[in-house]
Design a protein around this ligand. Structure first.
Ligand code: HEM
Ligand SMILES: *[C@@H]1O[C@H](CO)[C@@H](O)[C@H](O)[C@H]1NC(C)=O
Length: 183
């Protein structure tokens, strides 16, 4: 089987696996709503990823396959990254509560424009917790708990740092950088 090349492939091999192992499959229904898949289909794919990864030598290929089918594809047409300062007080306006405003997610101080994914980051949606703020710590911990949705990620251990870095790389490939968070 031919494999996609480069970092795109590397991201897909890891991210869904980390999601799947972090919390089990109980959230499947939330995400099925945002894609063409039924909760059962999502659950099966997540299970496949989990099982594929623990032992087999072809685990990477298997995970990539399942991952590719449940995660959105990288964007082909990203704009040059911007470095505009965005005060965190201002960032909080872009949390999806006003449909006329863009939706921003910050990771390690860099602000990504996720406006085209209201079904994930919009008000009341599964990942709204990451909207309008820098929740780097929560991303590293695979946590959707509001108390972890903070910018200071200094408490993360090595594997959590890996997770955070993988999310950063996931976002870099999909969303425009519109600025950096300033105090
Ligand atoms: C069993 C639990 C979970 C399942 C089944 C699940 C499933 C999914 C699926 C299917 C996608 C891709 C959606 C798409 O591209 O359209 C996704 C994306 C994502 N998930 Fe999860 N997830 C789970 C838990 C978590 C947790 C605990 C976190 C916390 C960090 C998380 C963070 C994310 C993020 C940030 C995205 C990227 C959204 C985007 O910008 O495309 N997920 N998840
Ligand atoms: C990091 O912390 C998590 C959560 O407490 C734990 O499951 C994991 O084993 C730790 N990893 C390392 C490398 O210490």
């Amino acid at each position: 089987m031919s494999q996609p090349s480069g970092t795109w492939y590397d991201t897909l091999t890891s991210t869904p696996v980390l999601i799947a192992t972090a919390v089990g499959v109980s959230f499947a229904a939330i995400f099925a709503a945002s894609s063409s898949k039924t909760p059962q289909q999502v659950k099966e794919q997540v299970k496949e990823v989990k099982n594929g990864v623990v032992n087999a030598a072809d685990a990477k290929g298997k995970a990539a396959q399942a991952g590719a089918s449940i995660m959105s594809a990288p964007a082909a047409d990203l704009a040059p990254p911007k470095d505009d300062p965005i005060p965190s007080s201002e960032l909080s306006q872009y949390d999806g509560s006003d449909p006329s405003k863009p939706i921003y997610v910050a990771i390690k101080g860099r602000v990504f424009d996720v406006t085209n994914k209201p079904e994930m980051y919009g008000k009341g949606k599964g990942y709204n917790i990451f909207a309008g703020r820098d929740a780097s710590k929560g991303l590293g911990m695979s946590s959707l708990d509001i108390k972890d949705a903070v910018p200071d990620y200094s408490s993360l251990n090595e594997s959590q740092m890996n997770t955070l870095n993988q999310w950063e790389s996931f976002f870099e490939k999909r969303y425009n950088v519109v600025g950096k968070v300033v105090p």
